[in-house]
Design a protein. Structure first.
Lengths: 351, 256
């Protein structure tokens, strides 16, 4: 396989940003790195799913957070957990892997349900419907307190995954002063990315992948060629939603407690930024994009401290938004194809 | 029931107060090369949209091979063997020319997600055959050297060729060509015309909307003239040339 310059540049940039973490943090760099790599893995996975929607099929999905949310809530609620104001304990439940599979399938099903009415819409109309649906989902989950724990959230579920933690993680974490449970979530996230990427690589140049790209290019022509464009779009929606569902579950395990505020539209925008940074339409692009993005996010604190004396949380968040906004603007102007995208296949001009 | 391959009765389509199409009865026979002409706004493209399922009629019915297809989805009609092209060429811009053809030639069952994950030997074989077929067509149409270019890099005329190539890869019974010569240079127009003639000789039923009257007169076996949505003349090129209604539609009414 020929390694392109773009790929080398992406690797270099990723390596450089990891180096930055060490350079900027004389103390506890490895712990910070683990934290951001865990987030990078989870968000990267989500961005890979979004790329199936947008990069491959041209679906302008702005409700990605809800797919992550459905995956997370269904999976957690099926396992032993505690939820709500009183922290009501449910001690019985399915084993992790079974609950996870049901969670992923539910996310895909949610994709299908959302898709059925919405998918006949094109371009920005679909974006409006998906962002609205995602907010409806979040508000429903917030108000269905008896089931989802509402604003009090869900706790006491991490053991479902942590009990499978292999011993080598403990030893390894001890020597590096990691949190072993986060190291385990991190490992699971990156293994999930590996399998998802292999799976999508298989599909990318297949007749199915080709059909999705044709839908992206011109739906009418697809129909004129005797193909059912709506069904192809629904399949794409389900696959991408399923991947997002998996990443949502991992996100919940990384946080240790789950609240509805996790799934605000900002989450979707972060995932979009990662996908654009990595390269729309690419498979591995979001991985690099995600690491670089999270280095920027996590090192914002340093920048905020330079800008303000004794920066408080609100100022930190402000600087963070500012940086993400600037990042997206700079990308659109200087490198709209992202790190790995092809210029000839520039996919951002939505019809 | 009639012997026509395509048959429309009392077909009607209106947009607000405007009647775009209002055709009492019109049939097209197997193997015929028919051109549909008429002044701008005569309803030619709407007529195509109706019979290919891209718009639903407000009244009347459309039969294809004696089956009522009035409210069928476009892809179902295409699968029955009637394939259309578009007035504004619709190629898959950011896919290569070869991919354009492979997608169009591939059967639905070959496109399935399941098969694409399994990647069986039979699918591989199918794809190889498809590639050969695509290569042959590209060679015939003189676009083989562009096989790996993105479709967006083609010239307007080449895009028309690609769209035609895409429509014939599945060996349709009926081709609906919406202005196949629009915006094409004269040399390429010759090529496209002779290709259409060749396809017709191979037995494909062809309906063509075209503004290039000279070309229409040259290759059509039958010409149907629409004006303001209605059928005003129907006959062979010689009959149409001298038809009073047609002359009036194009040039305006005589005042005496």
């Amino acid at each position: 396989m020929k390694i392109s310059n773009k790929f080398l540049f992406a690797v270099f940039l990723t390596g450089f940003s990891i180096y930055l973490v060490f350079a900027l943090n004389p103390e506890g760099a490895s712990r910070i790195l683990l934290n951001l790599l865990t987030f990078a893995g989870i968000y990267g996975l989500s961005a890979i799913g979004l790329n199936v929607h947008f990069g491959w099929t041209g679906l302008l999905n702005f409700g990605h957070a809800s797919f992550m949310g459905v995956g997370a809530y269904v999976t957690l609620l099926l396992m032993p957990h505690a939820a709500g104001r009183e922290g009501e304990i449910t001690s019985t439940g399915l084993p992790f892997i079974v609950a996870l599979i049901i969670g992923i399938l539910s996310a895909a099903l949610f994709g299908l349900l959302l898709g059925l009415p919405a998918i006949r819409l094109r371009g920005d109309y679909l974006a409006i419907v998906t962002i609205a649906a995602a907010e409806i989902f979040r508000l429903l989950v917030r108000d269905l307190e008896s089931i989802t724990g509402g604003v009090y959230g869900i706790i006491n579920y991490t053991e479902n995954l942590q009990k499978y933690r292999p011993n080598f993680i403990n030893n390894f974490s001890e020597s590096l002063e990691f949190s072993p449970s986060q190291a385990w979530v991190c490992l699971v996230a990156w293994v999930s990315i590996l399998f998802t990427v292999l799976f999508l690589k298989r599909l990318n140049n297949s007749p199915w992948g080709r059909a999705l790209r044709a839908v992206r290019e011109d739906e009418d022509a697809v129909r004129a060629m005797g193909k059912n464009a709506v069904w192809l779009k629904l399949q794409s929606f389900m696959l991408g939603a399923g991947i997002a569902g998996l990443s949502g579950v991992l996100l919940a395990f990384n946080y240790g407690s789950l609240e509805t505020t996790v799934f605000v539209p900002l989450l979707t925008f972060y995932v979009w930024a990662i996908m654009i940074l990595g390269g729309v339409g690419t498979i591995t692009g979001p991985i690099f994009g995600s690491i670089i993005f999270w280095v920027i996010i996590s090192e914002t604190d340093r920048l905020a401290f330079i800008l303000f004396e004794n920066a408080n949380g609100q100022q930190l968040a402000g600087v963070r938004f500012l940086l993400v906004g600037l990042l997206i603007m700079a990308l659109m102007i200087f490198r709209p194809s992202g790190l790995l995208g092809k210029k000839e296949e520039l996919l951002l001009d939505v019809k | 029931m009639s012997n026509s391959l395509i048959e429309v009765n009392n077909l009607k389509k209106t947009f607000g107060g405007l009647t775009a199409v209002d055709v009492k009865q019109l049939g097209f026979n197997k193997g015929e090369l028919t051109s549909i002409i008429g002044p701008n706004g005569a309803g030619k493209t709407t007529f195509f949209d109706l019979i290919s399922g891209f718009q639903n009629p407000d009244g009347g019915d459309i039969h294809l091979k004696n089956k009522d297809i009035s409210n069928f989805q476009p892809y179902k009609i295409a699968r029955m063997g009637m394939v259309r092209t578009f007035q504004l060429t619709k190629v898959f811009d950011r896919m290569t020319v070869l991919e354009n053809l492979l997608f169009s030639g591939s059967e639905i069952s070959n496109d399935s997600l399941f098969k694409s994950v399994i990647k069986s030997k039979s699918q591989k074989k199918y794809e190889e055959n498809l590639k050969d077929k695509a290569n042959n067509i590209m060679e015939d149409l003189n676009i083989l050297h562009m096989a790996d270019s993105y479709a967006r890099e083609l010239s307007g005329g080449q895009k028309k060729l690609l769209e035609l190539a895409r429509s014939i890869i599945n060996e349709p019974e009926i081709l609906l060509l919406d202005e196949p010569l629009a915006g094409v240079n004269p040399k390429l127009a010759e090529d496209i015309l002779s290709l259409i003639k060749k396809l017709s000789n191979e037995g494909i039923t062809i309906l063509m909307v075209e503004h290039n009257i000279e070309a229409v007169m040259k290759i059509s076996e039958r010409i149907v003239v629409l004006a303001e949505g209605s059928l005003i003349a129907d006959g062979n090129p010689n009959e149409i040339r001298t038809d009073r209604n047609v002359i009036e539609a194009y040039l305006g009414k005589d005042n005496d």
